[in-house]
Each structure stands twice: as structure tokens, then as C-alpha cells.
Design a protein around this ligand. Structure first.
Ligand code: AMP
Length: 364
């Protein structure tokens, strides 16, 4: 294992990125602006990040020869997705620093381990129980009540691997739907709004959070983010405190996002953590056009050992995802005052796929 070296990488250094989607693409674009190069490693030859990087490797995550060559070319390796196979991360970390530390992946790849980790920090989540067979599901339903959501412990995103059980609904049908996968049952949260905090932590342990973002989902996929979020200052401060304490508990280096529910509790409001993403996050895309520094540059700065920037928001910001065929209508955004268009170069639209986004900034 490599000791964490605090010496900043000089401009011209190469940062490796595992994964070649739009997050890697925007990381590479941010790196390039500050004179750092990226080498993207992804199994799919048509990955959209390859269009914007100095070097690319198309190879499987289990291909040790390709991984060894990749490690040799990079001063540090990071990743754009949380399902990096554990063996890939450990193979690389014997050859080159990998940041954030891959130990974080073991926690965030499994909803049960993640929930237990959050519990141990005494941060609130929705009530949950582990479910690995049908009798356990019935027991969990008795304990937590309905409505509830059965979620697979691994490989869930954008609502995939999630099955709601309504009040009076049939838990057995949800159990059949998950096809024997290990799960958690989570109490359904009647939230008032969903928010997230994107926090950066430097190699020296310094923290910089972006302002709390309010998120609106459609069909389980993020549709619109707005900043500032319509929450009182005390709720915003609590959300930031939660995200920063999670980043510190992981001894994290890079950008991390925490998705949260804001719940009304009588006259007060409470914040519950839904999910941790150990990477740059869709709800932080507004920072490219709406802030003095983007989440992508903060991540690159952190893994390169550079000081973090103190983010200054430029106005009221709205980020709208262009999903599937919506991207074909990109032309209408080109003339909207204050709108910035981003297309990810993913080719023909696929339903449900994030193809681009638009940021609208209104100076207050
Ligand atoms: P997740 O994949 O866990 O982030 O869930 C995707 C979306 O499903 C969330 O952003 C919420 O809109 C909704 N959701 C997930 N878990 C719950 C819950 N326990 N209660 C209510 N809504 C939920």
C-alpha cells in the first residue's frame, strides 16, 4: 500500500480515472483546465470520456496486464462510479495511490453496510432491516410497517433494484421481484423535499462543502436540481454537518455526495440520510456554470493534493437533466438567456439515459 503523499502533483501530471461515462468526461475537462492530464480506463470502447482525454485504455476491469500499464502511466488513480470491483481497486492500489481510498467502496457498495456505518456516526436514516429470505421480509414488515421499500443491497441506482410495498400490499410479490437477492427493507419516508450536499475533502483533511442542493426526481431519475434549496438555515447547516462528518469518518480524499430527505416533524424539520455516493454527483453539476469552482475541479484538486477552493455561488441556479430523447431538443436551449448547454456525446438517445444537462443561472 502507498503512504499518502501530501506533495501536490505538478501541472502536466496524469490522473487515471476508472470508468468512462459523463462524470469521467467532466472530471477530465476540469483537469485539463488546470493543466493536468487524464487517462481514462473503461471496458466500453464507445465511452464518452474517451473523446476528451489525452490517453485511454479500453480493457476489462479484470485485465491485470492492462491495469498494470495504466497504473504505470498515472500519478494517482480515481474513479467515477462506486461499483469498481474490489479486486481491481486492490490490484491498482498496490502500484499507485488510489483516491478516495478503496475501503470506502466496501461500505458504499452495500446498502446494509452503508446504513450501519451511518448509524454508528449517530446520523439518522429511514428505519431499515436486513432481509435475506421471505420469513425475514415478513418479520421486517412487522417491525417497520408499510409502506416500505425493498432495496437490493448491491448494484442499485436510479431506482433500479427497488420495490415499493404499499400499505396492504403483498410482501411476497416484492420478494419474488428481487429474485433472491440480499436486500434491506426501508421504511417509506414521507419527505417534504430531497436535498444533497456535495463535499470535498483534501489530502490534508480540509473540507469545503457546496451549498445544499434541492433535488426533484422523475421516474426515480434526477430531473432538476435547484440552489439555494428552500430549507431554513438550521436545516442547511445540519445537512452540511452530516456530509462533512461522513467525509471525515471515511478519512476521505475527493468529492463525496450525500443524498438526504427533509421530513416535517410537527413544526420542526428533520434530516435523514438516504444514500452516500463516493464520487462526483449529478446533483453537483450546477457547480460548473453556477459556482466559482466546480465539483469536478474540487475532486481533481483533492486527489492531486492541491488546496481546495472556497466555492462562491454566482446566483440562483437550476440544473435540468436532458434524459433520453429530450437531448434531441437541445437547440431550444441555445438561445435561452443565462442557460448553458452540456451534451455528453453519447450518440443516439436511449430512454432513461442521461444525455446532457442545462444550467440556468440567474444573478440575484
Ligand atoms: P435511492 O436509489 O435509494 O437513492 O432512491 C432513489 C429515489 O427513490 C430517492 O431519491 C427517493 O425519491 C426514492 N426513495 C428511496 N428511498 C426512499 C424511502 N425510504 N422513502 C421514500 N422515498 C424513497
Amino acid at each position: 500500500m502507498f503512504k499518502r503523499d501530501n506533495a501536490p502533483l505538478p501541472p502536466g501530471s496524469t490522473i487515471g480515472i476508472l470508468g468512462g461515462g459523463q462524470l469521467a468526461r467532466m472530471l477530465a475537462q476540469a483537469a485539463s483546465r488546470i493543466g493536468l492530464n487524464c487517462h481514462v480506463y473503461a471496458p466500453e470502447a464507445d465511452s464518452c470520456a474517451f473523446d476528451v482525454v489525452k490517453r485511454g485504455t479500453v480493457a476489462a476491469y479484470a485485465d491485470q496486464e492492462a491495469l498494470a500499464r495504466f497504473a504505470k502511466d498515472c500519478a494517482v488513480v480515481t474513479y467515477e462510479f462506486e461499483n469498481v470491483p474490489a479486486q481491481t481497486a486492490s490490484f491498482l492500489s498496490q502500484r499507485v495511490p488510489v483516491l478516495p481510498d478503496p475501503r470506502v467502496l466496501a461500505t458504499t457498495q452495500d446498502r446494509l453496510i452503508e446504513k450501519e456505518f451511518i448509524d454508528n456516526l449517530e446520523i439518522a436514516t429511514a428505519p431499515y432491516a436486513a432481509v435475506s429470505d421471505a420469513p425475514q421480509l415478513f418479520e421486517a414488515v412487522r417491525k417497520i410497517g408499510l409502506p416500505a421499500i425493498l432495496k437490493t443491497r448491491r448494484f442499485g441506482y436510479d431506482g433500479k433494484g427497488q420495490f415499493k410495498i404499499d400499505a396492504g400490499g403483498d410482501p411476497a410479490a416484492a420478494w419474488r421481484a428481487v429474485n433472491g437477492a440480499a436486500c434491506i427493507l426501508e421504511g417509506f419516508v414521507p419527505f417534504e423535499r430531497e436535498v444533497s450536499v456535495v463535499v470535498a475533502r483534501g489530502r490534508d483533511g480540509s473540507l469545503q462543502s457546496f451549498e445544499v442542493t434541492e433535488n426533484e426526481h422523475r421516474d426515480h431519475i434526477l430531473k432538476v436540481s435547484r440552489v439555494p434549496a428552500a430549507v431554513p438555515p438550521a436545516v442547511a447547516a445540519e445537512a452540511v454537518r452530516i456530509a462533512e462528518s461522513i467525509a471525515t469518518a471515511f478519512d476521505y480524499v475527493g468529492v463525496l455526495a450525500v443524498e438526504m430527505f427533509v421530513l416535517r416533524d410537527g413544526t420542526a424539520q428533520r434530516v435523514l440520510v438516504n444514500e452516500i455516493a463516493p464520487r462526483v454527483h449529478n446533483s453537483g453539476h450546477w457547480t460548473i456554470d453556477g459556482c466559482s469552482v466546480s465539483q469536478f475541479e474540487q475532486h481533481i484538486r483533492a486527489v492531486a493534493g492541491w488546496p481546495l477552493a472556497e466555492p462562491v455561488r454566482l446566483g440562483r441556479v437550476e440544473m435540468i437533466n436532458l434524459i433520453g430523447a429530450e437531448a434531441a431538443d437541445y437547440g431550444r436551449w441555445l438561445t435561452v438567456p443565462g442557460a448553458s448547454l452540456h451534451l455528453y456525446g453519447k450518440g443516439d438517445p436511449v430512454p432513461g439515459r442521461k444525455m446532457g444537462h442545462v444550467t440556468r443561472v440567474q444573478i440575484d
